[in-house]
Design a protein around this ligand. Structure first.
Ligand code: RIB
Length: 293
């Protein structure tokens, strides 16, 4: 059973700084690296590395062959990417000595999905492909949700980056909404209600070092974060979501899926980069058994 991810792909330009610059201040960076990123690509790789099957539907520019190869190396089927006449999306990321980040993105090719492409991908999906995943880094988000629901898929929506006017109309239609702390607060303010009043069937809130919670059928499952020393927290939430969905969508127990996801993101933040830092299933299982012993 594959998860169909209508997902963004970015080239991440990562600049290490001792601290974040103040407004109007110029800083010299300590280092520069280029990594694969994008919330969609990170989530697809986390699904694949956690033992899930994923079909990544997206768009890259003529400069994006490298990103497609990186996806394939990580176990993601890249055969559903279109190459368009826009540069591949990119992100400019500052990471400070505490591993915290600030990110700006330039959507580029990520905004080139078409309704025909979405419909064709859903039409050719397997009867067992029950889940569709999306984020706010592509265009056509409302079309993806509408078509996926009409075709009988369960829809998981990572409402990041949070854009009130895009997210609010979708919240009631999706089956699983995923937000971090900041997005949860912004959503509650924009929607004028508390998160627990949201009509989506399931809600996953990731809170970084403060763990995560999963709301399902009136119950709340809480998961603490594992204590680690972070090097780079970029993509930690994407890793958590992908790892959780890989396990949960295969009929896994929510508690086990949360614990697995917490371990995956704990390992991921101890390494530089977003997609490159995501651990595989074996590493996560080893980490969990070490932490239990
Ligand atoms: O969530 C982390 C991701 O956000 C980065 O990889 C960057 O590309 C932005 O999309």
């Amino acid at each position: 059973m594959a998860i169909i991810n209508f997902g963004s792909i970015n080239i991440d330009h990562v600049y290490r700084v001792a601290r974040m610059p103040a407004p109007g201040e110029t800083l010299t960076v300590k280092s520069y690296d280029r990594f694969l990123g994008g919330k969609g690509a990170n989530q697809s790789i986390a699904i694949a590395k956690s033992g899930g099957l994923v079909r990544h539907v997206g768009a890259i520019g003529p400069d994006g062959g490298w990103a497609a190869e990186k996806l394939q190396e990580a176990g993601v089927d890249p055969g559903h990417l279109t190459v368009v006449d826009e540069p591949t999306g990119h992100a400019v990321i500052l990471v400070d000595d505490a591993g915290e980040n600030q990110i700006v993105i330039c959507a580029g090719a990520n905004r080139c999905l078409t309704i025909d492409q979405i419909a064709a991908e859903l039409d050719t999906a397997n009867a067992e492909d029950k889940w569709v995943l999306l984020q706010n880094e592509t265009n056509c988000t409302s079309d993806i949700v509408r078509c996926a629901k009409a075709a009988g898929f369960r829809v998981a929506y990572s409402a990041a980056p949070f854009v009130a006017e895009e997210t609010l109309p979708l919240v009631d239609s999706v089956d699983l909404l995923i937000v971090n702390d900041v997005e949860a607060k912004a959503l509650a303010v924009a929607g004028g209600s508390s998160m627990s009043d949201m009509a989506c069937a399931e809600l996953l809130i990731t809170r970084g070092e403060h763990g995560a919670e999963f709301h399902h059928s009136g119950s709340i499952f809480k998961q603490a974060a594992f204590g680690v020393t972070p090097v780079d927290t970029t993509g930690a939430g994407d890793t958590f979501l992908g790892a959780f969905l890989a396990r949960y969508s295969q009929g896994g127990d929510a508690g086990e899926a949360l614990q697995f996801a917490a371990a995956a993101s704990a390992i991921q933040v101890t390494r530089p980069g977003a997609a490159d830092a995501i651990p595989d299933e074996g590493e996560v299982m080893n980490f969990l058994s070490e932490r239990k012993s």
